[in-house]
Design a binder for this molecule. Structure first.
Ligand SMILES: NC(=O)c1ccc[n+]([C@@H]2O[C@H](COP(=O)([O-])OP(=O)(O)OC[C@H]3O[C@@H](n4cnc5c(N)ncnc54)[C@H](OP(=O)(O)O)[C@@H]3O)[C@@H](O)[C@H]2O)c1
Length: 241
């Protein structure tokens, strides 16, 4: 889909940090923006008063999502593993069921999600995810398995989806569009750090990038040492040819 056909976008999970960056960047592109967030979080969007429409409600409520995505050309969904009531998979399912056919659907998650099982994780990373899964469930705060299930459903759908897999995040000014690879473990990703604002940038850019349709890019900041080293490699190869 070309940029001029992307006119109205819905941001599901608009009140979080990633969501607010995406609202700002979508408004800057001139898109009409509809945001979905929990009722109690509406005030977190006060800075956008009069510039966006808010549909308050749980993001896994099919009726809330149906109203919010009506007429949208793109839907940006923040998939979070909070709670132990299948919030992530419910949210993904509602978006998959109600977005208009042909709409661009972009979902966020972390590197721990694998599409084809070919990602290579460090032992420390795997241990961290396992611990977070077990402890999170134990205290009934986090359900990482459900974020996995959410992505499984997205991967299995025949919609125009992209699942953006974020590295560790930091705050700070934008450094530019992150670089990406199909697989964690690729040397370009080794630095494992992206500015949150640039994670948002990648999500918003993906709306109009057809090369990312049905891809699950794992991203890293474009100024991260591993990304810079990789850019150097590419330049060297070009010079040699
Ligand atoms: N944090 C990281 O280091 C990291 C690393 C890699 C990838 N990611 C991915 O980045 C995305 C954004 O994550 P983030 O950590 O940066 O958080 P974030 O942008 O601050 O977003 C958190 C979201 O979770 C919602 N939320 C919080 N508690 C909730 C609850 N109990 N029930 C339902 N919703 C709840 C928030 O809604 P309210 O505004 O209503 O509270 C908000 O929409 C996620 O897809 C995550 O998997 C994060």
């Amino acid at each position: 889909m070309s940029t001029d056909r992307m006119k109205k976008v819905c941001i599901v999970g608009a009140s979080g940090k990633l969501g607010r960056y995406m609202v700002q960047q979508s408004l800057e592109r001139g898109y009409e923006v509809v945001g979905v967030c929990r009722e109690r979080s509406v005030s977190k969007l006060a800075e956008f008063d009069g510039r966006m429409t808010i549909v308050p409600g749980p993001t896994d409520d099919p009726e809330v999502i149906r109203r919010a995505v009506a007429g949208c050309d793109g839907v940006l969904t923040v998939l979070v593993p909070w709670g132990v009531r299948q919030y992530s998979s419910g949210t993904a399912q509602a978006v998959l069921d109600h977005a208009r056919p042909g709409a661009r659907l972009v979902f966020s998650c972390g590197w721990h999600i694998t599409r084809d099982g070919k990602d290579r994780y460090s032992r420390l990373f795997t241990l961290g995810v396992r611990l977070a899964s077990v402890l999170g469930k134990l205290v009934r705060a986090v359900e990482i398995d459900d974020q996995v299930e959410a992505c499984r459903r997205v991967f299995a759908s025949d919609t125009r989806w992209t699942v953006v897999r974020g590295s560790s995040l930091e705050e700070g000014d934008s450094q530019g569009l992150p670089v990406w690879s199909r697989h964690v473990g690729d040397p370009v990703l080794a630095s494992d750090l992206t500015r949150r604002v640039d994670f948002a940038l990648f999500m918003v850019e993906a709306l109009t990038d057809d090369t990312l349709v049905q891809e699950a890019p794992a991203i890293v900041g474009c100024r991260a040492p591993s990304a810079l080293a990789h850019a150097g490699d590419r330049e060297d190869r070009k010079d040699r040819n």
